[in-house]
Design a protein around this ligand. Structure first.
Ligand SMILES: Nc1nc2c(ncn2[C@@H]2O[C@H](COP(=O)(O)OP(=O)(O)OP(=O)(O)O)[C@@H](O)[C@H]2O)c(=O)[nH]1
Ligand SMILES: [Mg+2]
Length: 447
């Protein structure tokens, strides 16, 4: 997939543009030789994890490129596993380009996307699942999402997969013994014990597969959709939650036509609010299209705020059948208009105008987000992992059935073996170009 893995590679590890500092990475067995060519004054004996102040010089005319700090990471104790350097230089594009050009002239080449992480993988520093976690961590948009990726990076999911692989291998060994020595007079592990181990494997895979939803919810954030009849104050509430005047508010029913969304981080959770057209029957074509969009938004919701006017019975409405996992909060808006006792039952009373009850509403929304975190025991993080686990699960299912039906051990073993392959492929122990391509193509250069 990448050009030779023996090359010394270099790249800018920080975003291009103007900044106080920028970091350039250099990695490969010959990295020290390369950097010495442009840093003649660099200390003769380098120690790992030590930083050195030095000047970089253009190898062609010895002119000074920049005054920098070079950090050395010895082989086996670096991100990639190879001898590596991080050059902290001044964050001007001209400076970083010049240094990179000099590094290339001195014998390294520009790294490709994800190549540093790929080398970490090649050198056994991380497995594929951890490589994916690194990408997720870089891209995480909330504290909770970052924490989740960090868990993946530290190998929680990898070790859970390993435990499942060990169980499968154990069963395979018992079956093999059965096949090889069936005519001899030795005692085998009881059939029930094998079945119960297979059931455990199945349950674990099912649990992991189910964690996909929670993982996705944490990564992409919670989608909160505001629905209700026209004029109940959805857009006013949306603006209040967003903290800015995003949606148009007016006394006219049917103001909002399109869905409008706004995402922000609340207490470390990513939350995306969607304001919708009020639902009513209408002959207005545009409004009708807006109402269709509201229905679509409802389908994607993790939390629905069903908004009514607290003092107006007429604004109550029923949601069409909703999938079981979506959390519905009935919100009574315009609490400031209530004169007598409230007759309508609501979960929370708010006023978009005065801000009354908004904190309580947010707390209710976050309760759902927290539940997801609890559910998410090192959840699987992406479609590749989901597919791998699902397909391993289906092999294990077939194997379990075969065991229950007392079918021949060869038959059971072949399915289990296929399931095991799927898991190994997932961690990258069983390597194919197609798999590595899929993992590393999303990286950017310098990672
Ligand atoms: N007194 C009071 N008026 C409110 C409150 N929230 C909204 N309103 C008023 O109710 C009217 C409708 O508000 P919107 O936010 O446009 O209502 P909507 O549900 O988005 O309406 P559509 O987009 O037409 O479906 C406006 O005149 C708002 O000023 C509130 O908490 N108290
Ligand atoms: Mg509106």
């Amino acid at each position: 997939m990448f050009r030779s893995d023996q090359d010394v590679i270099c790249a800018l590890a920080t975003p291009a543009g103007v900044s106080a500092l920028a970091v350039i990475r250099l990695s490969g067995a010959g990295a020290e030789g390369v950097i010495r060519k442009i840093s003649p004054a660099l200390s003769e004996k380098l120690e790992g994890h030590h930083a050195y102040h030095t000047f970089l010089r253009d190898p062609s005319d010895a002119s000074i490129l920049d005054e920098v700090i070079v950090t050395y990471f010895a082989k086996g104790r670096s991100y990639t596993g190879e001898a590596s350097f991080e050059i902290s230089c001044h964050g001007s594009q001209a400076v970083t380009e010049n240094i990179l050009r000099a590094l290339v002239a001195a014998g390294s080449r520009m790294a490709e996307r994800g190549e540093f992480t790929y080398r970490a993988f090649l050198n056994g520093r991380i497995d594929l699942i951890q490589a994916e976690s690194i990408l997720d961590l870089i891209e995480s948009q909330s504290l909770q999402a970052a924490k989740l990726s960090m868990r993946g990076l530290r190998g929680e999911l990898s070790s859970q997969l390993q435990a499942i692989e060990n169980d499968i291998t154990w069963i395979l060994a018992q079956l093999e013994a059965n096949i090889d020595f069936s005519s001899e007079d030795i005692t085998f592990t009881p059939h029930e014990e094998i079945i119960s181990r297979a059931k455990r494997v199945k349950a674990e895979l099912q649990r992991l597969r189910a964690s996909y939803e929670s993982g996705r919810e944490i990564k992409e954030g919670l989608t909160v959709v505001l629905v209700g009849k026209p004029n109940v104050g959805k857009s006013s509430l949306f603006n209040r939650l967003a903290g800015e005047e995003r949606a148009i508010v007016s006394t006219q029913p049917g103001t909002t036509r399109d869905t409008i969304d706004f995402a922000k981080n609340i207490c470390g959770h990513r939350v995306r609010f969607i304001d919708c057209a009020g639902v009513r029957s209408t002959n207005d074509e545009v409004e009708q299209l807006g109402i269709e969009r509201s229905k679509k938004a409802i389908e994607t919701a993790d939390v629905i705020l069903k908004i009514i006017e607290a003092s107006d019975q007429q604004t109550q409405f029923e949601l069409e059948d909703q999938d079981g996992d979506c959390h519905i909060i009935t919100v009574g808006n315009k609490s400031d208009l209530i004169r007598q006792n409230l007759e309508i039952e609501v979960d929370v009373l708010v006023s978009a105008h005065t801000g009354f009850g908004i904190d309580q509403l947010i707390a209710m929304i976050l309760k759902r987000a927290r539940r997801t975190i609890v559910d998410a025991e090192a959840p699987i993080q992406n479609a590749r992992q989901y597919e791998g686990i699902s397909s391993a699960l289906s092999y294990v299912n077939t194997a379990e059935q075969a065991l229950l039906n007392n079918e021949s051990p060869e038959f059971v073993a072949s399915d289990l073996y296929a399931g095991l392959q799927e898991l190994l492929k997932l961690r990258g122990t069983q390597l194919t170009d197609e798999v590595t391509d899929r993992v590393f193509r999303d990286f950017c250069i310098g990672k």
